[in-house]
Design a protein around this ligand. Structure first.
Ligand SMILES: [Zn+2]
Length: 706
């Protein structure tokens, strides 16, 4: 649910600079938040290759005025790379050093962009205010020179009680705080606010927490976890690249990960699952994205890998990895239609659910398939070598391919080509499965035969397809990997005991188009549609109908092509070309949908779901079904009889997209139940004679980290 990391600074990163030089900034800064003012002395040291007498061109925020004589630069500039209005200058330094003094005002309001149900991203292009200071490279608050990385030392004077945060390590000398980072950075951040500060040493790294209100317990929890995550990833990948990691509370709702700190919004920080989901993700970005930089020109691999080694790994440690991967495939199936698809090499950052399903979901699956193909030991070696080779340099999928080939000793050209440059996904099927007893002359035992097929358009994908076969007398299914290179590929497997059932890719180890029957109904189906029909209950009392009307208007506005609101008594049949929201326990269309009707029973104001009671005076319930006429279209049944819970529900539901059913309690409202309907008829499962009553036990891959 957290937003893209790269929105703030993405555009400054100069592309494809063969040899990147480093400009050093020695900055002395005074900030006056009440006047939105900043005063800066910047002693700039230019790289070795800079020759005396050469002109230095740079850009600076137009609200800042430079002292003394400075020439203006007449060249044409691409203004789109800056988030703020800038002026272009040039100076001719006598040697490799030049000092600039400037001051002025920077204030850009918080604005929203990148909007769909699940993600509204807010940011400021640069702000100095009594609430706090937020300045990034794209704010052009320091002189931005062309095609260079920066290193820096940044001394900041602030009002009493204020604290600053930037990248790297901190020293405090006679009341002046200095942040410095000697290794190449893509930009320089300056954040400040009247923070309550907490620190704790974790090995060689300082864990820090900056909160806008003191909260010892919250801070302590984050400090402990910071140490643990840094240790885990240091062991897995290599040393943490910075002197500190800081959790910084922002003054708007954000989920930014910057080098050596993360900037999270006030309610995000306090969500109970964040310390185990987004937080490790942001810490891991210090290796991927803020350690090894992304070569955006060739696709952002860092979100896929970070999701894989943070979100996915934490699920894997608790036995939930297959569910996580299925949700990723479900996201791709539900959110990415043909017209929204693009190859991984074109992923820059997420701007909605479909780009997330590709950049995070498909990207994550690429690394999972790579790991399965090379094995855990080789995969770990690759992580370590990639980090050692490319830390503080830009890298892309080509570099991943190079490291893979070095470690494994064989070509991975085809693998990277098909997963990074192609759109779409393989559509697997299994056919002609037979089982036969072999004669003594043939060695005895059983022979299982069949054919794997790929139904997608275009050429065949090369896939390592996992087949799990359950045989008589064995507790767990046996795994066979079939390397598939053609669109139709026969397989033959021999067994001593009788095979009872075949499951093709039951753990969702492959990135593929999953069949509708493998996907349980989920909220994401309803949110992914282009238009909507909201059906109100005519029989509800006036107060309830009014409250449902609010829900209806909210959803109607949220869909790209809008929608309609009708009373159930005015509607003859459910349409098949859009998402449908059925509101209210009284809604008469529920009777036409056994999937809903059979699962929830309501008597005297108490709903029964899975043998649990949910009094409707306390609980709001959400159940989903597939449209019987069009299984890709989702139907959602929402029952909420607490008008004060409406706002919270509207805000929260988009974040529960992968779930089939939900129960929320109270006005907050607090989630008490969530889950997915069981999937019972996968087309990739083949029941063989004698296996009808079998519940297959599919073994799981051991976690990458114990
Ligand atoms: Zn991320």
């Amino acid at each position: 649910m957290l937003s893209a990391l790269w929105l703030v600074g993405c555009c400054l990163s100069p592309l494809a600079a063969a040899e990147r030089a480093v400009v050093h900034h020695d900055l002395q800064v005074v900030v006056q938040p009440g006047d939105a003012r900043i005063e800066v002395v910047d002693k700039i040291t230019l790289p070795q290759r800079f020759k005396a007498g050469q002109d230095l061109a740079f850009s600076l925020h137009r609200g800042l005025v430079i002292e003394g004589e400075v020439g203006s630069d007449q060249k044409q500039f691409d203004e789109t790379q800056f988030a703020v209005p800038v002026s272009h200058y040039q100076v001719t330094p006598a040697g490799r050093e030049v000092t600039l003094r400037y001051s002025g005002r920077i204030f850009h309001d918080i604005t929203q962009y990148g909007h769909d149900f699940a993600a509204t991203v807010e940011s400021s292009a640069g702000m100095i205010s009594p609430q706090g200071v937020f300045l990034a490279g794209s704010s052009a608050w320091y002189p931005i020179t062309e095609a260079t990385d920066v290193s820096f030392s940044l001394s900041v004077k602030l009002p009493d009680g204020w604290h600053s945060v930037s990248q790297g390590g901190r020293t405090v000398n006679e009341g002046v705080t200095t942040w410095s980072e000697a290794r190449p950075q893509q930009e320089i951040y300056l954040l400040a606010a009247p923070f309550a500060e907490y620190t704790q040493t974790a090995g060689n790294v300082e864990a820090m927490v900056f909160l806008r209100q003191p909260d010892d317990e919250l801070a302590q929890r984050y400090l402990e976890l910071t140490g643990q995550y840094i240790q885990t990833y240091t062991d897995l990948i290599g040393p943490y690249p910075y002197a500190k990691f800081a959790l910084v509370e922002n003054f708007w709702e954000s989920g930014f990960g910057m080098p050596s700190f993360t900037l999270l919004g006030p309610s995000v920080i306090r969500l109970p699952f964040i310390p185990y989901t987004s937080y490790p993700h942001e810490i891991l970005h210090n290796w991927w994205g803020n350690g090894v930089y992304v070569d955006y020109e060739h696709g952002n691999w860092s979100e896929g890998l970070t999701s894989y080694l943070a979100d996915h790994l934490l699920k894997e440690m608790r036995g939930g990895a297959a569910d996580y991967r299925r949700a990723a495939l479900q996201g791709y199936a539900n959110y990415v239609g043909e017209h929204k698809d693009f190859p991984l090499t074109e992923f820059r950052f997420r701007h909605g659910s479909s780009s997330q399903a590709i950049g995070y979901g498909k990207g994550m699956m690429l690394f999972h398939m790579l790991r399965r193909q090379v094995g855990d030991e080789a995969f770990k070696k690759m992580l370590q070598q990639f980090y050692a080779d490319y830390a503080f340099k830009e890298a892309g999928y080509a570099e991943w391919q190079k490291v893979t080939e070095q470690v494994v000793g064989q070509s991975f050209q085809h693998f990277f080509d098909q997963w990074t440059t192609r759109t779409g996904a393989p559509e697997l099927a299994v056919a002609d499965v037979t089982v036969a007893a072999l004669s003594e002359a043939d060695g005895g035992g059983w022979l299982l035969r069949g054919q794997l097929r790929q139904h997608q358009g275009g050429s065949a994908y090369e896939l390592q397809v996992p087949l799990y076969v359950s045989v008589e007398g064995e507790a767990e299914a046996q795994l066979f990997n079939v390397f598939m290179t053609e669109k139709q590929q026969p397989f033959e497997l021999r067994f001593a005991a009788k095979p009872l059932r075949l499951d093709v890719d039951p753990n969702y180890d492959l990135f593929r188009q999953i069949a509708q029957s493998e996907i349980p109904a989920a909220l994401s189906q309803a949110f992914a549609a282009d238009k909507v029909l909201v059906v109100l209950p005519a029989n509800a009392n006036d107060a309830l109908r009014l409250s449902y009307q609010r829900v209806a208007q909210h959803w109607e506005r949220g869909y790209r092509e809008g929608g309609e609101i009708v009373l159930d008594e005015e509607l003859a049949a459910l349409p098949a070309d859009r998402a449908v929201w059925l509101l209210g326990r009284e809604n008469r269309f529920v009777q036409q949908l056994p999937e809903l009707q059979d699962r929830l029973h309501i008597e005297e104001g108490v709903a029964q779901l899975f043998d649990q009671s949910y009094p409707l005076s306390d609980y709001s319930l959400v159940l989903t079904a597939k449209n019987p006429q069009a299984p890709k279209q989702g139907i959602v049944w929402l029952i909420n009889e607490r008008p004060d819970a409406v706002l919270g529900l509207l805000r929260k539901l988009p974040h529960y997209g992968k779930y089939s059913y939900l129960a929320f309690e109270g006005d907050e409202p607090t989630n008490q139940l969530k889950g997915q309907w069981p999937v019972t008829n996968s087309p990739l499962a083949v029941v063989l004679p004698g296996g009808e009553a079998l519940e297959p036990v599919i073994p799981r891959l051991a976690p990458l980290v114990e």
